[in-house]
Design a protein around this ligand. Structure first.
Ligand SMILES: Cc1cc2nc3c(=O)[nH]c(=O)nc-3n(C[C@H](O)[C@H](O)[C@H](O)COP(=O)(O)O)c2cc1C
Length: 214
């Protein structure tokens, strides 16, 4: 482990690809997110729609994992799909607040989003489930996500049971969530650790913009 630790101790990278100024940002954080998202798509970074979601138990014990963003609008917030009985699903049920994090290393940017999480409508989840490839549908049906299983073979056997069924219906334990943000932070890496951090907070029915120290 010595080599690893020498490497970690010495690793340094300066960030100098861009800057974020109050003049440059969009007054609406959803539009600002859209602008940055378009730029990261243009940068050809793989899976820029992957983000880390942190949730907490009702006692405040946190956990985090990566998910895929499936939709983002000002009305519906940030939409993702998962198993409602998974660890995250249970945590969201007992404590409906979450934090999302996008790290776009190609552009030396991170975006932090915080807010309340709620289930999407059944109709919307049905529509998305139907649009998924058949094997993804079967995986959602057979996987007791986050539960202990005896071995890999258990999953393979379960898949066989469903392969013959023609039309697959969304199970009630799988579907979408929407995180409705009340906080955004856009972070742009800068030289010598003097990064730009612009925050939007939803206060008195409007987005208030401020700058944080790096
Ligand atoms: C790139 C990537 C994308 C993922 N996308 C999803 C997703 O959209 N939905 C999902 O339930 N899990 C997704 N996962 C798996 C989750 O990270 C996690 O293992 C799973 O949801 C169980 O988390 P939990 O036990 O905290 O509930 C993804 C993992 C990676 C690495």
């Amino acid at each position: 482990m010595e080599r690893l630790n020498e490497y970690l101790f010495a690793a340094r990278k300066d960030y100098e690809k861009d800057e974020l100024t109050e003049e440059k940002i969009h007054p609406n954080p959803f539009n600002q997110f859209e602008n940055w998202f378009q730029e990261v798509v243009n940068s050809k970074m793989e899976e820029p729609y992957a983000f880390t979601l942190a949730t907490c138990t009702k006692e405040g014990k946190p956990s985090a994992r990566i998910l895929l963003l499936r939709k983002m609008t000002e009305q519906e917030g940030f939409v993702f799909f998962t198993n409602y009985f998974s660890r995250k699903g249970q945590e969201i049920q007992e404590n409906p607040y979450g934090a999302m994090l996008f790290y776009w290393h190609e552009l030396e940017r991170q975006v932090r989003i915080e807010g309340r999480i709620q289930k999407l409508s059944e109709a919307y989840s049905d529509e998305y489930f139907t649009s998924r490839p058949r094997l993804s549908q079967i995986s959602a049906l057979i996987s007791p996500q986050s539960k202990k299983i005896p071995n890999r073979q258990y999953l393979e056997e379960e898949i066989k049971k469903w392969e013959k069924i023609e039309v697959l219906k969304r199970p009630n334990f799988w579907g979408g969530y929407q995180l409705i943000p009340n906080y955004f932070e856009f972070w742009q890496g800068r030289k010598s650790r003097l990064h730009d951090r612009i925050v939007y907070e939803w206060l008195d029915n409007q987005w208030r913009i401020s700058r944080l120290a790096p």
